[in-house]
Design a protein around this ligand. Sequence first.
Ligand code: ZN
Length: 739
Amino acid sequence: GEEVPLCPRCSLPVGEFAYQGREGKQACVHTECMAQVLTQDAQREEDARIRRENIKKEKNRREYDIGWRVESVPKSAPLAERMGCSPAPQGLCCLVLDDASRTVKVAATSEPSAAVNLEYLLLALKVRKTASREPLFSLDPVDPQNLEKTPQKKVYEPSWLAGTSVGDVMFQADYFLKELALGEYDMPVVGMLSVFDWSEMKDKDKSWAGREWFVVKKAEIRMSEDNALIPHVKMGVEAREQVVTKKGLEDAPVTLPHHPLKKFADAFTRNFDLIAERKSVVFHLRELAKASIMAKYLIDSKARLDPTWYKLADEIVKSTEPEPYPQIPQLWNMRGNSRIKLKEGRLVDMVTGGQSNLQAIYGGVEFGLDRFELAQRHALQGQKPSVPGVQLAQSGRPMFMPQRFQLGQRPEMPQGVDLNLDKFSLSTEERFAGRLPPCSGDADSLEGRTLLGKAFLQSLQQKSFAGVKAEDQSLLLNVYGVPQCDRAEEGDAFIPPDPNLEYITKVRNLVGEEKTLRERRKQRFSDKTFAVTNPGLDFPRSWTPRFQVEMEGRVSHTAPTKFGLKKLEVDEAFQRGLLENVLPSAAPEFNQVTEDGIVFRIYKIGSLEVRTTQEVDGPEAIVVVFSSGAAAWEAKAVESEDALGRERLVKCKVYVEAMEQESQPHLAKDARTGCNFYIVLETEKKNRIVTEALSAGSLSWVQNPHSLEDRNSLAKLLFTVDCKEGVYARDVQQLQRTL
Ligand SMILES: [Zn+2]
């Protein structure tokens, strides 16, 4: 008969209506195939736009000195000597209080929680002394009337902090927070979402301006048995929305629980300590907070400080180069998204949008220590610890601090103390049932000679911490040995984690939550309902395609071979064969990486679907193998007439689908095109009947098959015919019998 044109995209015949393809004037392309073309175009354009913007952002970062560098952390040793601790300790420094004379001296320590960065401390003391406050930083729009275009200016309180090490860590930490909020980086904690992600899922079209602030949630000074002062801090991130008032833009705390800014801030706060252990810039911001708490305590408690300390601070500020870039360009991010709508076999709409209403995230660092009464320190008094504190000297092990990991639960630090601390008023003296063991020493002591960081990072690299319990080793590896962690760059200056039980318990719980999610992801991925077009909330948001095709008001969430997937039990030899001979030369259809570097892949090999995962430094491993079999519903001929037969027919649709010979042997095969036609009849009561030719020569008659949408989403609609008045389902059935 007549020559039927084939679609150049899928090689199936084209029906009554087609679009002109890119292949030339003669090319007729299915509506469904055209939608795919447009989606791919949009995705390509978006990718190109993102590449262009990343180049621009990279250029900005270089030009304006944006980005944390470990070298900008000031070294304590040279200052220690000038502050009266000679010879200078090679490792960490702490402050020791002499109760009788109310004087404070610098000493060596191997206790990370007691460690203070001396330059941060001197500058914080100067801020406290001269301005009665603590350092503050904020990044403000230069022109608040033009939030979208205006550059941002760095605001320091007091202003002489500009260009100092304290100013730098506040600016870099704030910028990092902003970039993270805008989804510029992979999240530091598995499962965390950016402000952008939250906004995309909730109020996509709402526009707002807001700030994320680093804040101190709790501050106190504790003391060890040998009078070393231990600054204790809890930090968090707070969301504040910028609202337009008569006085201009003002900050108001975000209270709506589902506001994207608040969602992000809450998650950051919950995970703060884990993020600080993994991200060098956040860690050092917390070190600055510790130094600021110490400064406030020293001044409020009227400790007698050596006047040379203030002179040293003046010297540091005087020798500071002026801030080279007081203004920086606006940080922006945009994500394109579009949904192409198909209805009745026509492209009806293409909704595209760039989500750009989040450009205005400002923020800053505000410790707000004045809320805390620090003069009355929290003395840790009570019984003698039953386990001696830090007996470092005898053992020949690498001397990084978490010696106490192996001691397990320290009886002198009761668990749960931490939970109540938030409610403590700092003006009353709290007494703990325990007391921190001695932790200071002079430069010749082990504390003075130990380079904790070096030994710790060496152990981390070898993935083995000598003398540490297996569960603690795995904890350390899960905190620091993951791709999200940049602390290893700190080298010799690395400060190991605070080994106190309350802190380690908190970090351990957060790492445990990550593990649970990791397991849930694997489980989800091995299920046949896992859809690459909609991986779901457990996976990074970036896995969900932003360009989608919507058919008849429904976004197809099914992957092409999902239709009738059957799980195959495969033995080890088969798996080995796949891994060694087949997969290395196959291109995965799906290939995505999580924040923690685990790669998830799906391969289609003939009628097999193989899903694998691969951990960092690990081999690829098969998670599950499916075979894509016949249609989920068996087409069978129905003999008897029933109620449906009395329903009037409204529409008749003809579909064509590609056919795999082996997989659907019961259907008649069109020898010429390798495809199968089927007809969907719609009745006035929205019932649907599918009929098609079977290989045996008979015709099938199936009512309301449950996976019809899935089948249609993979097929091409060729014709739609409105039925004449007075045609009933049974008429068609009778006609079929006569064929
Ligand atoms: Zn096509």
